[in-house]
Design a protein around this ligand. Sequence first.
Ligand SMILES: Cc1cc2nc3c(=O)[nH]c(=O)nc-3n(C[C@H](O)[C@H](O)[C@H](O)COP(=O)(O)OP(=O)(O)OC[C@H]3O[C@@H](n4cnc5c(N)ncnc54)[C@H](O)[C@@H]3O)c2cc1C
Length: 400
Amino acid sequence: MTVSLSRRDAIARLGVLAAGGALAGCASSSRSASGLVVASGPSTLWRDVGAGSATWHSVLASADRVTRTIVGLRPYRPSGFVVRTEMLDDKPVVHNYGHGGGGITLSWGTAHLAFEQAARTEHREAAVIGAGAVGLATARILQRQGWRVRIYARDLPPATTSNIAAGQWSPFSVFSPDSVDASFREQFDRAARLAYRYYQDLVSDEYGVRWIDNYSVSDRATGPSSLQERLSDVYPGSRELGPDEHPFPARYVRRFISMLVETSRYLRKMEEDVRRAGATIVVREFRDRSEIAQLSEPLVINCTGLGARELFDDDELVPVRGQLEVLLPQPEVDYIALLGNGLYMMPRSDGIVLGGSFEEGNRSLDADPATSRRIVTGHENFFRQVQTRIDAGQPHSEGP
Ligand SMILES: Cc1cc2nc3c(=O)[nH]c(=O)nc-3n(C[C@H](O)[C@H](O)[C@H](O)COP(=O)(O)OP(=O)(O)OC[C@H]3O[C@@H](n4cnc5c(N)ncnc54)[C@H](O)[C@@H]3O)c2cc1C
């Protein structure tokens, strides 16, 4: 089937293509009369990202649609992630941990930085400790450069914190602005840009990575966040919408485009890639540094997330607890909503993911019923108003 495109759709799609690099895993495509390559199969890659919606859909948020409640601990350091080399006896250990609320996003970026440090040694064989998003991306980058890699990890997907993540591509809540210096900011910006580029090569159903519109709503005129201003190149399509361009119950709505990573599908595929490229994965827990020093591999990359706190005595590394409610899937909903009060909605194929909670220092992995109620009720109120507006014919124009 050949899909006909309006000019606006075509421009939007070209924009995505230009930014998107190789579109691996895409459904079959054909060339239209205008010369554009258009999709001809069911694929999430080809939605009208950035073109607005002709038809808006609200989320059916209610307690009876919750399929599961999940809890994870973000590995947060106020002064940001650590990518640094130290010697353990005569073994170089390259640290790559402490990504806070942005570890899925930044994983390929800090993996690249860690690889640069590893490549300064004479070694070409490494033990990567950790099989979350950070460890797996690190292993893949080493493998692509011809290194021999063995992964050691206490937990494998789906039992990692990375599997809990909602999956928005946004290097958000990674550090506290008051606690970082210029050199960290430089490292952070570089990691974000590198990760943005690496992820674009993974946009596909196979990896569960796609482009998606985000709507950030607020009752105050806030403009873009300082992060979005600083890294405007990794937040394309950012602009304030007029009241006729959206159905959201707020005075100010900012639209930007990001990627969404379906974490369970993505991590499963990453683990498969690592194994296919020849790595063995050993399930093993390290109780202290001396056990790491005894490994046969000449170089170690430490991607243990929150585990680094005990292993390497990093007291600055603290858990920031997050709880998510997952609703039955709604394939027709294809935008991220940031509700302006810390709540957010991300539509994944395995369910509509509702957040959020940020509890610094809380290590409990038990679901908290009061948090569940707050998250579900907050979204229920919001999306009931969205539905009312849609029923009343809002937005009146076709969208941005
Ligand atoms: C509710 C929630 C929502 C989130 N949403 C997002 C989001 O939308 N976007 C985003 O970018 N990020 C998000 N995050 C943050 C993200 O999940 C983390 O930053 C990321 O998972 C960190 O990855 P990691 O690989 O460092 O750690 P992990 O996934 O925790 O992996 C650590 C690995 O190290 C192993 N390990 C630890 N200690 C030891 C030891 N002693 N011996 C052997 N192995 C060990 C573990 O078993 C595991 O394999 C969210 C987090 C939460 C909790």
